[in-house]
Design a binder for this molecule. Structure first.
Ligand code: URA
Length: 244
């Protein structure tokens, strides 16, 4: 038996908090009867409706994908481009990405059908650490890298402190490889941060998300998260919240 709000959230309908609101508003029916008590427990056999629409009760699944470049972080694309869920077998297509990586960015992307965990991890207050490796044109100076570390002004605000490390320099080609660890998830953040100090990102890869990395995977590969990793992810969101 599980709490009704948890079951609704797991079905990907909404967050647990909003599910509680829906219950209080009398929008949830269990076996045809409106239920307004938050503590109500339901079993796998109970039929649950949200605003008259039955929810699909699926086993939650969690995947870690090595997103290749030139794939959209979405479940469909109106321009017909390849999307991340195309990389999974047909029966797994109910999953959706947790957050996004740009079309041209490769690297670690989580996918799930668990709306609640997705909401938790994507919420701005749960700032999970993400490690990116960027190939940029030119060779940034120490001073410029310090600017990135301290925060640069973007049109949607100043970026929070970041950890930045120059990994290598190709003087012949005039390019550099820079590692950057950030907690925020502003749109195109890493690319825009480099633009702000005068450099263009030629290639970008997310190598780490919290404690998860791409070990053993090639572009296009994916693996299921272990139950322990899922638990750790939930804990991570909660502990990160208290730190920032
Ligand atoms: N920052 C970017 O610029 N792009 C991404 O895909 C992720 C972070």
């Amino acid at each position: 038996m599980e709490r009704l709000q948890k079951v609704i959230a797991h079905a990907g309908v909404t967050s647990r908090r909003k599910a509680e609101q829906l219950i209080l508003e009398g929008k949830i029916k269990v076996n045809g009867i409106v239920v307004k008590e938050l503590g109500t427990k339901v079993s796998g056999n109970d039929k649950i409706e949200v605003d008259g629409i039955p929810i699909t009760r699926e086993e939650p699944v969690y995947y870690l994908l090595y997103k290749p470049r030139e794939v959209i972080s979405a479940v469909s694309d109106d321009k017909g481009r390849k999307v991340v869920t195309d990389l999974f077998p047909m029966e797994e297509r109910r999953i959706f990405p947790i957050g996004r990586l740009d079309y041209h960015t490769s690297g670690l992307l989580l996918l799930t059908n668990d709306g609640e965990l997705a909401n938790l991890l994507m919420h701005p207050k749960y700032n999970i650490e993400k490690l990116y490796v960027a190939k940029v044109n030119g060779i940034p100076t120490r001073e410029q890298l310090t600017k990135l570390e301290r925060g640069v002004n973007l049109e949607d605000g100043k970026t929070a402190p970041a950890k930045v490390k120059l990994l290598s320099v190709d003087r012949k080609k005039g390019t550099s490889i820079v590692q950057m660890i950030i907690h925020e998830g502003k749109n195109r953040q890493v690319r825009r941060m480099f633009e702000a100090i005068g450099y263009k990102v030629q290639k970008l890869k997310r190598e780490r998300y919290g404690f998860l990395d791409l070990k053993g995977l090639s572009p296009g590969d994916y693996r299921e998260l272990t139950p322990h990793e899922v638990k750790q992810l939930r804990n991570l969101a909660v502990t990160q919240r208290s730190q920032y």
